[in-house]
Design a protein around this ligand. Structure first.
Ligand code: G4P
Length: 319
């Protein structure tokens, strides 16, 4: 079953971003470097109307460095877009954000035309951590002057550089099934919204193909790449003593171990998608979504006809 999750306050967040975007020069989109495609929000692109965008691949310390390079190159080749890698250990993130933003909007700067930047990101991507680092020893304004909404935060990173943090989170409809699994594995989705065993099996399926040596080293396994996903989960349970009643493997516990070890980075630096893979998954997801929509429209039309809200269309061939 694919993962689907809709928090209730989406509408308010959308409204807040749509309002703020009018006076914004650059949008900073925080992405999880382990799943850049899946942690992006397509709705944000619609809301920001082609504003210059800085993609920040955050938590780069957990991601596969070679793949981070590939994602940065992918984004940097797009017009109006720049990308940098970042993580919580970077001592002065403001410097990198300021430099990249001025490259995207070189006409801004100075007291008359200060740079105005909006920061957005899905849950757990590290936005609060980054903002805490940025606000340390800096004045932060929260809704205390005209044009700043009550819950909004404005951080001044330089005398002519304002960073706005709009409250709430944006969550898209997940149309790429793989993205749902990757988001769940990364910790972006609340644990009640997915089945750990299902997510762990998807995760192991990917890791055994792309990072077999790291998997084998972490769980002291041989030939992980040639094992079936379920077999791999059982082996992890065995190695880590995830047992229940007698000697039966507790698959739920084994799944939690696999997911936790991935999230915390103890298995090693791993990235769950390449730009090419994600492009393929997206294409497939969009096709399936369009098919679903056609079916939904047909059901809706049929419902309206049956309740005589509209006349049945005449489908006989015309003479
Ligand atoms: P959010 O506001 O976007 O929801 O995310 P938040 O900053 O709360 O960060 C979510 C989790 O990710 C936190 O861990 C945080 O410590 C961790 N994190 C943030 N930035 C980085 C990074 O660059 N690298 C790594 N490895 N981790 C990062 P947590 O376990 O949920 O909380 P805590 O144990 O840190 O308190």
């Amino acid at each position: 079953m694919a993962i689907q999750w809709f928090p209730g306050h989406m509408h308010l967040t959308q409204k807040a971003i749509a309002e703020r975007i009018k006076n914004i020069d650059v949008v900073i989109e925080l992405l999880d470097a382990r799943l850049p495609g899946s942690s992006a929000n397509p709705m944000l692109a619609e809301l920001t109307h082609g504003k210059p965008t800085l993609k920040v691949l955050n938590k780069q310390d957990l991601a596969d460095p070679l793949r981070t390079e590939a994602w940065l190159a992918h984004y940097n080749s797009q017009s109006g877009t720049r990308a940098i890698g970042l993580d919580a250990s970077v001592a002065a993130p403001a410097k990198a954000l300021i430099k990249a933003s001025f490259e995207l909007a070189p006409n801004r700067g100075g007291m008359v035309k200060p740079m105005r930047v909006l920061i957005c990101g899905i849950p757990n991507v590290g936005k609060s951590t980054l903002i805490n680092t940025l606000t340390a020893k800096r004045a932060t304004k929260t809704g205390d002057e005209a044009g700043i909404t009550k819950l909004e935060q404005r951080i001044s990173l330089a005398s002519d550089f304002y960073l706005y943090d709009t409250p709430g989170i944006l969550w898209p409809r997940i149309i790429v099934a793989k993205s749902g699994y990757n988001l769940a594995a990364s910790g972006a989705i609340g644990r009640n919204a997915f089945d750990e065993e299902e997510v762990a099996l998807e995760l192991l399926d990917y890791l055994k193909t792309h990072y077999p040596a790291l998997l084998e080293a972490r769980f002291k396994l041989d030939r992980a790449a040639s094992m079936a996903d379920e077999e791999l989960l059982v082996a992890i349970g065995q190695k880590r003593g995830a047992l229940q009643g007698g000697q039966k493997i507790n698959l739920q516990k084994a799944a939690e171990i696999a997911i936790y070890d991935f999230r915390s980075g103890v298995m090693g630096r791993m990235t769950l998608e390449t730009p090419e893979e994600f492009a393929e998954w997206l294409k497939l997801g969009q096709t399936l979504d369009a098919e679903r929509q056609v079916k939904k429209d047909a059901i809706e039309l049929d419902r309206k006809i049956r309740f005589k809200k509209i006349p049945r269309p005449d489908l006989r061939p015309s003479r």
